[in-house]
Design a protein around this ligand. Sequence first.
Ligand code: ZN
Length: 191
Amino acid sequence: MKEIVKSVVEVSKYIFKRGLVPGKAGNVSARINGEDGFIIAITPTLVSLQDLNEDDIVLVKDNGEILSKGKPSSEVNMHLAIYREKPEINGIVHAHSPYATGFAFSNKKLKRLEGFGAIKSEYIAEVPYEKPGSIELAQKAAQALKEEDLVILKNHGVIATGETIEEASGLIEFAEGIAKTQFVTHMLNSI
Ligand SMILES: [Zn+2]
C-alpha cells in the first residue's frame, strides 16, 4: 500500500514537471485489489500535483466510500467507473496537457501515430463533452476506455489507463508529443 501511494505522488510530480497538468488540473490514481473488491489511492481535490505529499493521497473504496482523511479529486467517480469497466488496469492518469487539450477544444482530430497500440481507427477516440466531475462524464469515459488506452475528453483534456500508473502517464506524455508534432505540422502546412 505504501509503495502504491508513493508511486501516485511520484507520477503526479513528474507529470507536473513535464507541464502536463498546469495549475491544479489533473488527477492520478492507482488500484489496490483486495479480497472483497478494490480500493484506489487518488490525488486530492484542489491541490496542485507538484505540492503533494504521501499523506495527501486519499483512499477510496470501490463503492465510493472514503477511507482516509482528505477529499478525493472531483473526478473520483470517473476513476472508479473506469476501474469497474477495466479489471485488467491498475493506473489512471487524467491531464490537461496543453497541446492535446488544444485538440480537445478544436475541431481538429488527433491522429494516432505508430506506437499507440493496435491501430483501430485513424484518430484517437473522443468522448463528447460532459461537465467535469459529473456521473455522465464518468460513464462516457469508462465506456470509451473499454476499447482504448487513451481518449480525448472534448473541451476538457485527456485520460489514459495502464497496467501501472507509470504506463498511463507514459501514454499521456506520448499523446502530448503527438499533439505537438501535429500542431507544428498544421502550422507549417498553413504557411
Ligand atoms: Zn480535468
